[in-house]
Write a protein that binds this ligand. Structure first.
Ligand code: TYD
Length: 212
């Protein structure tokens, strides 16, 4: 029997360099001979990408917090069934750009929907699937938002609905991540994202090697 693969997730506030580190880790793990399945939240699957469009389009200003929360979990449930669980069952490494911790921080805390509600929905959508390692890239808010907003102008992706939130909102989200680090010190690892790309990548690889 193949043993279950390793499930790694990335978390971070806006402009933390998460996408760069996500890519570097995938490349490194593949270079070391791992079969890696990459996914993202919201997104990852075709259904997930359709849901992502609704969630991140700034034109959808009427989208209510509860509908927003349920859409994130709808995308996640699809990801679990279609991609993550099958890959883990084959012993593969799954690396996801965001997971339930984002809903905990952004919707549960940032939107004040309550973290209990997020945990209940996680039970329904993920059915006990929890990341083995979560890498949280921490950056101060001003630096992060400056980076995120200039990227939105450059890429013209029309995905700024959450980046456009107030500084207070993002401060609350960052505090929620600190709380997760305290709650789950084994799984949830905070990495200082104000350093060079290489320094951060070295730290992340060390954390992954500890789990292999
Ligand atoms: P992402 O694609 O990771 O973009 P970024 O690199 O800008 O962080 O995430 C898109 C947005 O979706 C981001 O602002 C965080 C938000 N989000 C939530 O609010 N809740 C969730 O459960 C997830 C997965 C993401």
């Amino acid at each position: 029997m193949t043993s279950r693969g390793l499930f790694i997730t990335f978390e971070g506030t806006e402009g933390s360099g998460k996408s760069t580190q996500f890519r570097l880790l995938i490349e490194r793990a593949r270079a070391e001979g791992h079969t890696v399945v990459e996914t993202a939240e919201p997104g990852g699957t075709s259904i997930g990408r359709q849901i992502r469009k609704i969630l991140l389009d700034p034109a959808n200003s009427e989208l209510g917090p509860t509908a927003e929360l349920l859409l994130y979990f709808a995308a996640r449930a699809q990801n679990v069934d279609e991609l993550v669980n099958p890959a883990l069952a084959c012993g593969e490494m799954v690396i996801s750009d965001r997971w339930t911790d984002s809903s905990w921080a952004y919707q549960g805390t940032g939107r004040r929907l309550g973290t209990d509600l997020v945990e209940q929905l996680d039970t329904i959508a993920c059915r006990g699937l929890v990341p083995d390692l979560t890498i949280y890239l921490d950056i101060d808010l001003e630096t992060g938002l400056r980076r995120a907003r200039s990227r939105n102008v450059e890429t013209q992706l029309n995905e700024s609905r959450l980046d456009d939130e107030t500084l207070d909102f993002h401060a609350t989200v960052r505090k929620a991540y600190f709380e997760l680090a305290q709650r789950y010190p084994g799984r949830f690892r905070m990495v200082d994202a104000s350093r060079t790309v290489e320094e951060i990548a070295t730290d992340i690889w060390r954390l992954v090697e500890e789990r292999k």
